[in-house]
Design a protein around this ligand. Structure first.
Ligand SMILES: [Zn+2]
Length: 386
């Protein structure tokens, strides 16, 4: 039975979804993301019950490629409430402690998310939100729960100088973790409590986004005091030995190409990070105020770094993003829950010289994408909208 497909409509638990079959030209299987080619996938009651190396007749969907769902590892969802307030400002002027953003997000609270933003977030397995206002985390979480996207709020005390262990724990448990916007504003006596929280929850930090942040050494300030970071964000000006330290400590570097270019005109030295065995993931950061599409970030990144393998970029978008937020990646494997992204890429008969490059370059502009999350299916059909 075909599933009705108004754009973005959520279908939960209807009889039509108890079983569906997908034919695809390319399938990125398991955590290896190995393309096993022409395949069919059978899903029953939200679980992958069969994967065959051939197409079956009467499938419900046909795609060029099926891959794990992307993760937007670093956003500031508060930006969405004050559209274009960032225009014409530099980084301190917009997000600094005296920046325009902070009074505005207290002034304009509702709505936290528009239906368009929610629709965009439904493509994701998870989103990591640096949330400036910890008391809004539960509202974001329930909004995203309605679209089966896991919300990891990485928030922080409003004032590091007048907080304590209890407040840190309360924020981390209500939101999902702690996101340190500027490590060196944390007074030294709060590092030990933060280190303890980092053993229980995801803790992350902006590091080396600007030359000034690199000079003051926020990364080392945290690591040398025992704070276990799951990931760090930006790292634009990190030096050789620091990139090696990220790799040695299994710290994922979250890059935000549009935002990094916007504010500093460059992005991190990812080639060197990879050389040391490190890993990276993607976020939209403040550029997310215009578009939350993390696949656009991957496309831009590949244009800037054409020698990095597109398969590595897809790993960054999917598997690494999940690990960076402290989640188990939802890879595509027999017997596992069905979390998948099916994309139509416009490939002739599914033919391509490099399927990973086709996904990175074409998926952001795909005429049709379908998101599968167990028994929920979200259909994005740009052709039908025209
Ligand atoms: Zn940020």
């Amino acid at each position: 039975m075909k599933i009705p497909s108004p754009v973005g409509e959520v279908k939960k638990g209807s009889p039509a979804l108890s079983r569906y079959v997908i034919n695809t030209h390319h399938l990125l299987l398991s955590d290896e993301l190995e393309d096993v080619g022409r395949s069919s996938i059978v899903v029953e009651d939200g679980f992958i019950v069969d994967i065959m190396d051939k197409w079956v007749s009467n499938s419900d969907f046909v795609f060029d490629a099926v891959l794990p769902l992307p993760v937007n590892t670093h956003v500031h969802l508060s930006d969405l409430r004050i559209p274009e307030a960032c225009i014409g400002l530099d980084l301190p002027g917009y997000v600094g402690r005296k920046g325009l953003k902070h009074p505005l997000i207290r002034l304009y609270r509702e709505p936290l998310l528009t239906s368009v933003s929610l629709n965009k977030l439904s493509i994701l397995y998870s989103v990591g939100d640096y949330q400036e206002l910890p008391d809004t985390c539960s509202t974001y979480e329930s909004s995203l729960e309605s679209i089966d996207t896991i919300y990891i709020g990485l928030s922080r005390p409003l004032d590091w100088w007048s907080t304590g262990m209890d407040e840190l724990l309360s924020i981390a448990s209500n939101c999902g973790g702690i996101g340190v916007s500027n490590p060196t504003v944390i007074p030294s006596w709060m590092l030990e409590p933060l280190a303890r929280v980092s053993r229980l929850y995801t803790v992350s930090a902006h590091v080396s986004e600007t030359r000034k942040m690199e000079r003051v050494g926020g990364l080392h300030y945290l690591l040398d005091h025992g704070v276990r970071l799951k990931h760090v964000v930006h790292g634009v000006f990190l030096e050789d030995w620091e990139l090696r330290r990220l790799a040695d400590e299994d710290l994922i570097l979250v890059i935000n190409p549009r935002s990094n270019l916007w504010f500093t005109g460059r992005i991190a030295d990812v080639e060197k990070l990879l050389m040391y065995g490190g890993e990276f993931a993607f976020g939209t950061d403040n550029a997310g105020c215009f578009s939350l599409d993390v696949m656009v970030e991957a496309d831009l990144f590949y244009s800037l770094k054409p020698h990095i393998s597109p398969k590595q970029i897809i790993k960054g978008l999917t598997i690494n993003g999940a690990y960076a937020l402290g989640l188990e990646p939802k890879t595509i494997e027999l017997g596992r829950e069905a979390y998948m992204l099916g994309v139509v890429l416009g490939l002739p008969g599914g033919r391509t010289w490099n399927i990973n490059a086709s996904i990175v370059k074409r998926a952001p502009y795909s005429p049709k994408m379908v998101v599968f999350k167990k028994d929920s299916i979200y259909i994005f059909d740009r052709i039908r909208q025209m």
